[in-house]
Ligand binder design. Structure first.
Ligand code: PLP
Length: 339
């Protein structure tokens, strides 16, 4: 019998047998005392991959982003980001509550900010204005279907931000995918930014874990902020051990991208759908003949799971637990339902 093909998110992966073994055997210590050797190894490795001085292990991507916001702003400041960004849509209003900042979403539906989008909204010259202190970019852009934010475009935004004295943070939850899709090393994408957050539990298969990387002084302060948010963890080398193995998997992400493309190409052959050609592992598609919910239910009845992304839009995400057989099965299900 066909198992469920779970395309809801790249966070649904289960740790591999090798990960579970590494977790069981991990050398650990109390990480709040800085004594967990496996966490240290993971932090050093991620800092090296991103070309930064240091990194800190945090429980989630949201915590990594929110620590960055707290690092780079003062209460009452304004943060410029794309209207499509995860920080704006999906972090439960944390910037207002945790850092006391307001968000200034700009740009179009691609989520790719232009330098002029930022230039046009920087403010703080007058007492009655909020002071713009930070620009956050995202790569890949989840809500734009895993779109890669091109390196050159990032550099242009960074140049304007620097000229205006603003700090820069990159939400790189799926930076691995941007790198796999373009061949550009993660460190090149990370270079224009003061801090970068990355996730191990999206597509790479780790059960938990994200890191925030930056200068030694920023990461020193980030540890205090992590503790304040309740993110100081003890013998967490058990999770870091899975994270170290997950990192190796980033070189295989091209297979997820290829499967996403196969799926998108098949969808494009049906009049019932309009599909955004995927650059990485996320496929966004519009349902032209019925509501997204109705299509979702039909797919669900065929054991294929996707998520709604709007009244007429669905999202399918490819990850390491989706096999070629699963893709073949999914294409057959599409044919049965919509052919
Ligand atoms: C772009 C982006 N940033 C941050 C996050 C937050 O990660 P977490 O769910 O680990 O908090 C996500 C989660 O999907 C994401 O897609």
């Amino acid at each position: 019998m066909q198992q469920i093909v779970d395309l809801r998110s790249d966070t649904v992966t289960k740790p591999t047998a090798a990960m579970r073994q590494a977790m069981a055997e991990a050398e650990v210590g109390d990480d709040v005392f800085g004594e967990d050797p496996t966490v240290r190894r993971l932090e050093e490795r991620v800092a090296e991959i991103l070309g930064k001085e240091a990194a800190v292990f945090v429980p989630s991507g949201v915590m990594g982003n929110q620590i960055a916001l707290a690092l780079h702003t003062l209460p009452g400041d304004e943060v410029v980001l794309a209207e499509r960004s995860h920080i704006f849509h999906y972090e439960s209003g944390a910037p207002g509550q945790i850092s006391g900042v307001q968000l200034r979403p700009v740009g179009d539906e691609t989520g790719i900010l232009r330098a002029s989008d930022v230039e046009d909204v920087v403010r703080g010259a007058f007492d009655w204005e909020p002071r713009t202190s930070l620009v956050c970019l995202e790569n890949t852009i989840n809500k734009a279907g895993g779109l890669v934010f091109p390196l050159e475009a990032m550099r242009e935004v960074a140049e304007v931000a620097r000229a205006r004295g603003l700090a820069l943070h990159l939400d790189g939850a799926r930076l691995w995918n941007a790198s796999a899709a373009t061949g550009t090393p993660e460190a090149a994408f990370a270079a224009p930014f003061d801090t970068v957050s990355v996730c191990l539990s999206k597509g790479l298969g780790a059960p938990v874990g994200s890191l925030l990387a930056g200068s030694s002084s920023h990461i020193h302060e980030a540890r205090r902020l992590r503790k304040r948010l309740g993110g100081g963890m003890r013998q967490v080398g058990i999770l870091a051990a899975a994270g170290l193995l997950a990192l190796d998997h980033r070189h295989n992400l091209g297979s997820d991208h290829a499967r996403a493309k196969t799926f998108a190409d098949a969808l494009a052959g049906y009049s019932a759908f309009r599909v955004v050609p995927p650059e990485t592992n996320i496929v966004l598609f519009d349902t032209l003949e019925e509501d997204a919910e109705a299509v979702l239910m039909k797919l669900e009845n065929e054991s294929v799971r996707v998520v709604p992304f709007g009244p007429r839009t669905l999202r399918a995400t490819f990850h390491r637990d989706v096999t070629d057989n699963d893709v073949d099965y999914t294409l057959e299900a599409l044919q049965r339902l919509f052919g």
